[in-house]
Write a protein that binds this ligand. Structure first.
Ligand code: GTP
Ligand code: MG
Length: 273
């Protein structure tokens, strides 16, 4: 039996699962849980000290699910406390603040921390991850847009939700989908269902969209050296057009990336003799 499979898995019977929250300090992990469990929002920041623990019951289809939630402190200071709690987990709520780019950039480091704590025999493929792009109510400060977050999440096979613990937007839908996915995974013997959205686009497409987003100029967008010839520009353009054409690519952000490539090519060809 896999180490992080829950205790009981007969259909119709009750099930006990363990869920943890992860993400930088102050991104809203505790508030998301509080909004769902207690239907309220606390605007004052009360940093979680080490770990908070709670139990809740939810119904998924004909099963009663007892959920043990371990809400982790995001501050690096608490690493020694939270590292004990990664094992035997069935679900992870991975949170970033859409107004704090570094909290989004830190998601990979959070996964790395978990992987390290689970050790060489730990398996993260039988854990359901949901990414919460939180604080979407703060529209003025938003710096990580939906397609960027969704692309990161879906390219890893994770669920993605836009949430606000303040207004409650997205919270119930997120938890409902999260719990259903965990139950599906448990009933499927710990394997992710094959209808995973990660299968709908390739790593090359995801990486290319990310590269185009981070490009500094039109040469960079097309992936050619400054001063490249018309032929080189057109060749690079054709390759990207095949990869990213909206008729062929369903990766989040592909339409914008495609438009960017078209515009970059037009701008470059204007100036090349
Ligand atoms: P640590 O426990 O230190 O890891 O932080 P945390 O991720 O648990 O953050 P917490 O839930 O304590 O929230 C941090 C601050 O962000 C608090 O002041 C919250 O009121 C605020 N906050 C949380 N979610 C939202 C949200 O969706 N919108 C807005 N506007 N503020 C939020
Ligand atoms: Mg907290």
């Amino acid at each position: 039996m896999e180490a992080n499979m829950p205790k009981r898995k007969e259909p119709g019977k009750s099930l006990r699962i363990k869920v943890i929250s992860m993400g930088n300090a102050e991104v809203g992990k505790s508030c998301i849980i509080k909004r769902y469990c207690e239907k309220r929002f606390v605007s004052k920041y009360l940093a979680t000290i080490g770990i908070d623990y709670g139990v809740t019951k939810v119904q998924v289809r004909d099963r009663e699910i007892k959920v043990n939630i371990f809400d982790m402190a995001g501050h690096p200071f608490f690493y020694e406390v939270r590292n004990e709690f990664y094992k035997d987990t069935q679900g992870v709520i991975l949170v970033y603040d859409v107004g704090q780019k570094d909290s989004f950039d830190a998601l990979d480091a959070w996964l790395a921390e978990m992987k390290q704590e689970l050790g060489p025999h730990g398996n993260m493929d039988n854990i359901v991850f949901v990414v919460c792009a939180n604080k979407i109510d703060c529209t003025k400060h938003r710096c990580v847009d939906e397609s960027e977050g969704r692309l990161w999440a879906e390219s890893k096979g994770f669920l993605y939700f836009e949430t606000s613990a303040q207004t409650g937007e997205g919270i119930n839908e997120m938890f409902q989908t999260f719990y259903v996915s965990i139950v599906d995974l448990c009933e499927n013997g710990g394997k992710r269902p094959t209808t995973n959205s990660s299968a709908s686009f390739t790593k090359e497409q995801a990486d290319t969209i990310r590269r185009i987003r981070n490009s500094k100029d039109s040469w960079d967008m097309l992936g050619v050296k400054p001063g490249a010839s018309r032929e080189e520009v057109n060749k690079a353009y054709r390759k990207l057009a095949v990869l990213l054409h909206p008729d062929k690519c369903v990766a989040p952000g592909s339409e914008d990336a495609f438009k960017t490539v078209v515009n970059a090519r037009t701008a470059l060809l204007k100036n090349i003799k």
